[in-house]
Design a binder for this molecule. Sequence first.
Ligand SMILES: C[S@@+](CC[C@H](N)C(=O)[O-])C[C@H]1O[C@@H](n2cnc3c(N)ncnc32)[C@H](O)[C@@H]1O
Length: 413
Amino acid sequence: MEEGGAQRAEDATPGILKDIDRMIDVVNRGWELLSTGRRAEKVRVAISNLVDQENDTDLVMDVLLTRRKSKGKFTDWERLYFTSSGLRWATPGVAAEHCARRMECGRIADLACGQGGQIIAFSRRCSEVVAIDKDPVNLFIAHLNCIAVGADNVDLICGDSLSEAVSDRVGDADHAFCDPARPPGSEERTLSELLPDPRKILERYSDRVKGLCFEVPPYLSLDKIPFPCEAEYVSIDGRVNRLNLYTGDLARSASSAVVLPGGERLSGEARSLGPGRVDPVEVGSYLHELDPAVVKAGLVWKALGGKDSPDLIALDRRRTMLSSEEDVVSPFFRGTYRYMGSAEDISTMIEMLNERGVGSVTLRWKMDPSDYWPVRNSIESKLKGKGKVQIFRYEDRYLIAEKVRPIHIKDGR
Ligand SMILES: C[S@@+](CC[C@H](N)C(=O)[O-])C[C@H]1O[C@@H](n2cnc3c(N)ncnc32)[C@H](O)[C@@H]1O
């Protein structure tokens, strides 16, 4: 293939990957065997008898063994295809659907489509999808996924999105989406590490489309983003999952937060609130753990109805609590707890827990994972009751609290 050129998916793939029907048959056979309880080694032998090359067997086995793991990301996982690395980078179904709803249009381009997590959702909301990836294997798997969900409005192109050949093929799309590849384990998360680099994509496509969305790592600092955009933090089940940067006609406000799966949304100017220091002895009867997407978006003030100096407790980088006397129900709280008191050391805490009939504790402060169970077991070995509590750390005290509602229960049940 010509450097930077654009090829159709089926022309760019080697081995079994050339024959999509055969790949589907072989995966179906393997899945049938696995689903009826056949051990992976036996399935591997059966697959190797159906394909010509060892690396084709590896690929099929990877797809088969990854399928069960995709259950947490996709509702229709049983019919989808991902390799282990493709699944790791795939946009989860609920986030893909949210993005597709926001970007709904006639013709959409996915400029780094990977194995197709996002294009499945686009194909349901847009009339035409043009999907590009420079990796032929990823593109082949994306093609399998389009067939699996009956998406017949997707044009798959193997090539470099930054090349003229590809941008010419994209043509006059309404919107474009780009979820760039990122180096695993990188802490710094700068734009220049992302492939393709969003700044280069903007250069090539901003005059061609009305708006773009970049899906970037949520820990990327906003002051490293040199173009005007709406920064939308998305959480799934109370954890920050992604940061979407919308440009052009897709940008509707400076900052926003969306909590999935419910889809509740806040938008406005990001404001830093303090936090208002709360003395542990003055903590109110309830503690509400704010959804981290709302905190990262600087929209806590909005979640609290415009209140400028709420009783906020910043426990650590990931956890911010609101203290209140009354119970409050909000989709923007990932949990609500009844506050039971605080202790300045572990032995006082154990006394308090025994007075309250507690037998089990969940430790909710940042610690080395290898310390978690030794510390918890040591506390629980001294407890005599049956109740369950959560222990948070705030400054040098332990806050004891009982769960009232888990994440995203809206009506107080
Ligand atoms: C994070 S993955 C995309 C995952 C996708 N959103 C999904 O839901 O499956 C990033 C993809 O960008 C592709 N890529 C990197 N640089 C590219 C470029 N210049 N042109 C096209 N694709 C590129 C990689 O091959 C990789 O498949």
